[in-house]
Write a protein that binds this ligand. Structure first.
Ligand code: SF4
Ligand code: SF4
Length: 119
């Protein structure tokens, strides 16, 4: 792909930051948690290590790869028009996953002890 084509494709991103949060699969359903990648700038939703993101963050994956594993939200431009795409849900909208996710991420459970608010 040319540099221009790369730039055009990258410009599609709305910078919602959803794909830069930990995701957990429960059967066929992927849940996007509120646990952000350590390299995500919370104010801008931009990656602070973008040029070397795949080296710095082993769990980081391309938009294409994320789409293949249902890791991009349904309103992400990179999955627009994908037939049969099963979009992930956000943990904030599905508190029934809280307990299981806190078991997987004990540090999260500690920071949210006494409440169920989301960052
Ligand atoms: S989910 Fe899509 S629109 Fe949101 S930051 Fe990721 S690539 Fe960009
Ligand atoms: S390293 Fe990857 S997952 Fe982490 S903020 Fe950058 S693009 Fe997002």
């Amino acid at each position: 792909m040319s540099d221009n084509a790369d730039a055009d494709r990258e410009a599609l991103c709305r910078r919602c930051g959803a794909c830069c949060h930990e995701k957990v699969r429960f059967g066929g359903q992927v849940v996007i948690t509120d646990i952000a990648c350590e390299f995500l700038d919370a104010k801008t939703n931009l990656c602070t290590v973008y040029p070397e993101r795949f080296q710095r963050q082993p769990r980081c994956s391309s938009a294409d790869r994320s789409a293949e594993v249902n890791g991009l939200p349904g309103d992400c431009p990179y999955v627009a028009g994908r037939v049969g795409y099963r979009a992930p849900v956000h943990l904030a909208d599905h508190p029934e996953y809280e307990r299981a996710i806190n078991t997987l991420y004990p540090e999260r459970a500690k920071t949210r002890r006494g409440g169920s608010e989301h960052a």
